[in-house]
Design a protein around this ligand. Structure first.
Ligand SMILES: NC(=O)c1ccc[n+]([C@@H]2O[C@H](COP(=O)([O-])OP(=O)(O)OC[C@H]3O[C@@H](n4cnc5c(N)ncnc54)[C@H](OP(=O)(O)O)[C@@H]3O)[C@@H](O)[C@H]2O)c1
Length: 245
């Protein structure tokens, strides 16, 4: 991670389990296959255990040597060693977090990807609604125990780009939240081929980071693509490092 707390991070143990709430969905499934390809055991959570198992079996077919399990969202929190990723629509965000509230352990970290798109209230994907707390991630803070670390990120990473395992992502993700949580998230996400993590500050910045998504959705609609972002002049990107090696 840039600006740089990365030196404090112990290398992630690739035998560890990362869990995804909504692992059956577009973003959740794309993250599952990328993290599985990076060596994590991935637990795909769902409201429906059969749907979760089907998604895990599908991920198994895509990723040679990957380890995927499907389970209920609550069980996914229990199974996670340290990192749980929320990848559910804004309309079901708080309900999903409340449904797993009893299952957290102190020391775990939630990476929240939620964007409060206006589609949740029948509006456009290029518009946002403003949650009372300021952002979806700040809303999440009010729905989980204070002992759980909270980081917001991945708002500009498209599910389609994640799902296409034939290409490195070649883009950055801006993350914000508490320091220890950001260290853990950066260690995990930077195992994904071509993804660089950029520290964008404390959780209050999540309002602005979530606002990047409708901008990109508009760009994608106009250009018929799945664009991402790169921040310049921060040092060498992972793909360049590989090319120089
Ligand atoms: N898609 C992207 O490219 C992208 C990029 C950046 C950020 N995001 C953010 O990631 C989140 C997920 O987006 P997505 O496109 O992956 O969503 P999605 O595919 O529509 O839904 C993800 C999963 O959430 C669960 N879900 C759906 N409706 C629900 C409801 N009413 N109540 C409880 N659970 C429900 C479903 O899992 P089960 O039915 O199996 O429980 C579904 O598979 C959103 O907050 C979005 O803003 C998405």
């Amino acid at each position: 991670m840039t600006r740089s707390v990365k030196s404090l991070v112990a290398e992630g143990d690739v035998n560890e389990t990362v869990s995804i709430l909504g692992g059956t969905g577009n973003l959740g499934f794309g993250l599952a296959v990328r993290l599985g390809a990076a060596g994590y055991r991935v637990c795909l959570g769902s409201r429906d255990v059969e749907r979760a198992r089907r998604a895990a079996a599908q991920a198994d077919e895509l990723v040679e040597h990957g380890t995927f399990v499907g389970c209920l969202n609550s069980e996914a929190v229990t199974q996670a060693d340290r990192l749980v990723i929320a990848a559910v629509p804004f309309a079901s965000h708080v309900a999903t977090l409340r449904s797993v509230a009893e299952h957290w352990r102190a020391g775990q970290v939630l990476l929240d990807t939620t964007v409060p798109l206006a589609t949740a209230v029948g509006g456009r994907p290029t518009h946002l609604v403003e949650p009372w707390h300021g952002s979806a991630a700040q809303q999440a803070r009010s729905a989980i125990d204070d002992r759980i670390g909270l980081v917001a990120g991945l708002h500009t990473i498209s599910a389609a780009a994640l799902r296409d395992l034939s290409r490195p992502l070649d883009q950055d993700t801006l993350i914000c939240g508490d320091r220890r949580g950001k260290e853990l998230v950066a260690a995990a996400l930077e195992r994904i081929d071509g993804l660089r993590v950029v520290d964008a500050g404390s959780l209050e910045m999540s309002r602005l980071l979530e606002g990047l998504t409708p901008v990109l959705i508009g760009i994608n609609i106009r250009n018929k693509t799945h664009a991402g972002i790169q921040v310049t002049h921060l040092g060498t990107r992972p793909a360049q490092q590989a090319a120089l090696a």
